[in-house]
Design a protein. Structure first.
Length: 297
């Protein structure tokens, strides 16, 4: 999705030969946002070891308590913040899909990895302690996260085998499987929606009406809203607002423009509305985001 490029995480995880990152995170009760809205091409498993976290994936929020975790698919927008200001300790396990099966042209990759990456097989996001298989997944994540930093390459075979066990459990307990026929229908709808997405990406600063967008398909406004939400998992208005917020993040990082000027430049006529929507999408006020993302190391 074109707008997502503005929030892509730039940091690499692991090494080219072993693209796995283990990030042990500790936040005091004074911290609010752990990490801002971003996405990356890697798969991520995240577990709360102490405290509680509000974890957002795309437009869905999950409250994770101690010993609970979450699966984040490649290319999904996500962020995390403390729940009720609690002190938290967490671990994020991030890795490239090729860690599971390194030959992307193999039948095994096509059967067990690719369908998840493209959304034809929807895995469970929230991992709790109620079901045995989820407990096994969480135990596997904990075991890998407990490894010393200097042991990752030495224990590469063990790490890969643990990740395969985790993946096997998640793969065989999907939240939803999409039939081939349904995939073809979705691909058709995506193709049909392309002119709308291109128009929004070029005119997001302007006033855009539902009638204007629906006429490009063409559909009635009601049909258009239902179809758009089915494909993008949010309403057209929410998508436009999010795109404006993403663009504002770039301007906050790369320019010295005042926040009010940025709000107008990305299409918000009201700075209060901009501040409110920015906080909702990113998890902090624009001024805080600018300060934290322009600090010199």
């Amino acid at each position: 999705m074109k707008s997502k490029s503005m929030l892509m995480e730039q940091a690499s995880h692991g090494t080219p030969l072993l693209p796995i990152g283990i990030h042990r995170l500790h936040y005091s009760g004074e911290d609010d946002v752990f990490f801002y809205l971003h996405w990356h091409s890697e798969i991520e498993f995240f577990i709360v070891q102490r405290g509680a976290v509000v974890f957002t994936i795309e437009d869905q929020e999950y409250i994770l308590n101690e010993n609970e975790g979450i699966f984040v698919n490649a290319n999904e927008l996500h962020m995390a913040r403390s729940h009720n200001g609690m002190e938290c300790q967490c671990c994020a396990l991030v890795f490239q899909p090729v860690v599971l099966i390194d030959n992307v042209n193999s039948p095994a990759y096509a059967k067990y990895v690719y369908p998840v990456l493209v959304g034809n097989r929807i895995l469970v996001h929230r991992l709790g302690t109620e079901e045995v298989w989820q407990q096994e997944v969480l135990n596997g994540i904990k075991a890998v996260c407990a490894m010393p930093d200097d042991a990752l390459e030495k224990e590469e075979l063990w790490v890969r085998s643990e990740l395969l066990k985790i993946w096997n459990l998640c793969y065989h307990h999907p939240n939803r499987k999409i039939s081939q026929e349904a995939c073809e229908r979705r691909n058709y709808k995506l193709k049909r929606m392309e002119p709308v997405m291109q128009y929004i990406s070029h005119h997001y600063q302007e006033d855009i009406s539902l009638q204007e967008l629906a006429s490009m398909i063409p559909m009635s406004e009601g049909q258009f809203c239902r179809s758009f939400k089915e494909i993008m998992h949010m309403t057209p208005i929410a998508y436009v607002v999010r795109l404006r917020i993403m663009r504002s993040c770039t301007l906050l990082e790369e320019t010295d423009l005042k926040i009010g000027e940025i709000a107008q430049q990305v299409g918000f006529g009201n700075i209060s509305y901009f501040n409110r929507e920015f906080l909702k999408v990113i998890g902090c006020p624009p001024g805080v985001y600018r300060r934290k993302n322009t600090e010199t190391e």
